[in-house]
Write a protein that binds this ligand. Sequence first.
Ligand SMILES: NC(=O)c1ccc[n+]([C@@H]2O[C@H](COP(=O)([O-])OP(=O)(O)OC[C@H]3O[C@@H](n4cnc5c(N)ncnc54)[C@H](OP(=O)(O)O)[C@@H]3O)[C@@H](O)[C@H]2O)c1
Length: 296
Amino acid sequence: MSTISKVAVAGASGSFGLPVVHQLIEDGFKVTVLTRKGTNHNFPSGVTVAEVDYESPETLVKALAGQDAVVSVIGFQGLEQQIPLVEAAVKAGVKRFIPSEFGGDAENENISQLPMFVLKKATKDLLKKEAALGKITYTLITTGPFLDMALQYGLIANLKEKKIKLWDGGERSYSTTTIASATKATSEVLKHLDETKNRVVFIRSASLTQKGLLEKVKKAAGPDGWTIETPSVAENLKAAYAQLKETGEIDRVAFIVSAIWGEEYGSNFQAVDNDLLGVKELSDVELQNLIDGFAK
Ligand SMILES: NC(=O)c1ccc[n+]([C@@H]2O[C@H](COP(=O)([O-])OP(=O)(O)OC[C@H]3O[C@@H](n4cnc5c(N)ncnc54)[C@H](OP(=O)(O)O)[C@@H]3O)[C@@H](O)[C@H]2O)c1
């Protein structure tokens, strides 16, 4: 397979999208960002900005003409827009499509069935169909929760308020990746086309358990005054579905809990592509240092 030079990034203005764009620029790719008409973002210098309308296939095909790859980092609110994006990429002759995954095991059926991931699954199904016809290739990137973001927003532990939840007792292992490693892996996929063709790649910076994390956050923020809860993942999921039924709204965090700490959600990766994609696991000291940074 030939090499990738021109990369279009959809959702480049997002919390994950911007670091991805910086990494691609640093690694020498020619980046075009696709952004919705009428939005107002500051993009890094050196990128080409293409305004698109996801409801107008012509604008998408035009923006993707001549692009070698598409990286979609579209957020949850715009996930349905990945379908016309894939269709346009096929029409434009794009070689590799990386859809907006970057979370739990992209091939795990239990995750795919959670309401918030249904649109991600629809995109994967379309990519697989087109790839089987030889019209495009794809790579799904599985990272687990972003370690630094999850600490910043208190998802896995809240160091400022000294709160942590030991889901189902907190002994289940899960894989997690820093944003820097997730962006690096994204760029490296585009340099390893054959090895990453039409499959899911797994990367991780660390394997944690909530009990193990508790020891580390206590070291970082002090041992006393912690509020420690031990909720049930199954009960939490039941409540999330009940709320969805009642209000029609998807509580994303409530469903993400199952994807990270549920028993059959594949969150403890068995094999990883770290070596291929230039991702290092953190040593114990590096992990502690990173966690310490969120106690300040
Ligand atoms: N593993 C983790 O812990 C973790 C954490 C965060 C995110 N992620 C993943 O990373 C990917 C990107 O997430 P993100 O949080 O960076 O996304 P985000 O900030 O919510 O949104 C990214 C971009 O999507 C574009 N977009 C397209 N259609 C949209 C619409 N209808 N409404 C709103 N925005 C729309 C916007 O770009 P324009 O305005 O330029 O069009 C927006 O800036 C997702 O797959 C997410 O699951 C994973």
